[in-house]
Design a protein around this ligand. Structure first.
Ligand SMILES: NC(=O)c1ccc[n+]([C@@H]2O[C@H](COP(=O)([O-])OP(=O)(O)OC[C@H]3O[C@@H](n4cnc5c(N)ncnc54)[C@H](O)[C@@H]3O)[C@@H](O)[C@H]2O)c1
Ligand SMILES: [Zn+2]
Length: 362
């Protein structure tokens, strides 16, 4: 078992990573002595792991309420969070807790609800079951919801008591969901760890990862994210965390969420590599290398439904980015592999460059 930790606002969160440990979740929760537990999950994960976690917690004599919502990014909305809050009323007391069991979407909605309910009194516990959630969404205090204009327009910081990663649960993920999570690993590796990048590119091309491979990917990616958070627990200013995300979030949102977060991010990283090259930051060789990295893992090579109208929406959408300042929206651009990206604001970029970058990935 590996135990890691991160700190947010003086509070420490334990991150437990191991194989086949889910039967231990009840005992682990019981250590915190919650009166009752609300489990939040999605309708897919409910059957595979939600019911199981409920049984384990109930075996410790703790009463549970299992709540779910449909899977999909469209559910990361205030209406869904409000429904969960309403359903908690009358059951969850001030000395109760919320356990999120699922992917990044479940974690965001559940963490947000836990934060708002009775004004931050409930303990929050994260049990991520996707690669994306295990090594990224669950690591940190951020919880966000989307608006009808953009991703992550609204957010709260609410750190879990612990993050419980049973890597064995990732075995039931589809190839697409493994790829989804791997893009965040690649993001970190490109900026922080060239050796890990080579390792990621040596993984089997069908992305059927062994126990050892899954454990290595999860552990190393978490360690790289924790390095970033040591300098910036708010995950606001550390440039590595945002690499590819400015255009990635726009691409994801304007695909009407037909692309996963990781798929959209891979296109965002490509487009922003082109932008960095146009600004004489990243070499043409490194742009080509960026493209080939995502080809290697089978990420989408083209922006789906590319058109002038889509480009307009993406460019217009930049004004809803939650990192926007009077200087416009920042892009976090690489100069070279292995170095942290650099923030470049819209006011430093010729307007037509963004459209040209989108054309390059179409
Ligand atoms: N708060 C943060 O810091 C942060 C960081 C990274 C990503 N995110 C967010 O996380 C979200 C993406 O998370 P995600 O990729 O986990 O998506 P997700 O939660 O939609 O999960 C993907 C799919 O996998 C299914 N699933 C979950 N666990 C499974 C398992 N073990 N086996 C089989 N299927 C399983 C889910 O039901 C869902 O259909 C995005 O909204 C992204 O913005 C947030
Ligand atoms: Zn991301």
């Amino acid at each position: 078992m590996t135990t890691k930790k991160f700190c947010f606002a003086g509070k420490e969160t334990e991150v437990i990573v191991d194989w086949d440990i889910l039967t231990g979740i009840g005992q682990k929760i019981a250590e915190y002595d919650p009166y009752r537990i609300v489990i939040v999950t999605d309708t897919n994960v409910r059957k595979s792991y939600g019911e199981f976690v409920k049984k384990e917690i109930e075996s410790q004599g703790i009463e549970c309420l299992l709540l779910d919502f449909h899977p999909g990014e469209a559910q990361k909305a205030r209406e869904v969070k409000d429904r969960i809050l309403d359903e908690m009323l009358g059951f969850a007391t001030a000395d109760s807790g919320v356990v999120a069991v699922g992917g990044g979407i479940v974690l965001d909605v559940a963490g947000y609800a836990a934060c708002e309910y009775f004004r931050e009194k409930l303990k929050f516990f994260a049990v991520p079951t996707t690669l994306m959630a295990a090594h990224d969404a669950a690591i940190g205090a951020k919880n966000a919801l989307n608006s009808r204009f953009a991703k992550h327009s609204f957010g709260v910081y609410y750190s879990p008591e612990f993050v419980f990663v049973d890597v064995k649960t990732l075995q039931t993920l589809s190839q697409r969901e493994i790829r989804n999570g791997l893009v965040e690993s690649i993001k970190h590796a490109m900026a922080q760890d060239p050796v890990f990048l080579e390792y990621l590119l040596s993984l089997p091309s069908d992305l059927k990862l062994s126990k050892e491979e899954l454990l290595k990917v999860v552990n190393r990616t978490i360690d790289l994210k924790l390095e970033c958070m040591k300098e910036d627990e708010y995950e606001m200013f550390n440039p590595v965390l945002h690499l590819g995300h400015t255009l990635g979030h726009q691409i994801e949102f304007h695909s009407n969420f037909l692309l996963t977060h990781g798929e959209a991010l891979s296109l965002g990283i490509r487009a922003e590599a082109v932008l960095a090259n146009k600004l004489d930051m990243l070499s043409s060789d490194d742009v080509a290398r960026t493209f080939s990295i995502f080809e290697r893992i089978g990420a989408p090579s083209k922006l789906p439904n590319a058109s002038d109208e889509l480009f307009d929406k993406i460019i217009e959408g930049l004004k809803y980015d939650n990192k926007r300042t009077r200087r416009g929206t920042p892009f976090f651009l690489l100069k070279r592999f292995g170095d942290p990206p650099i923030a470049v604001y819209e006011d430093e970029i010729p307007k037509e460059y963004i459209r040209q970058c989108l054309t390059e990935i179409s």
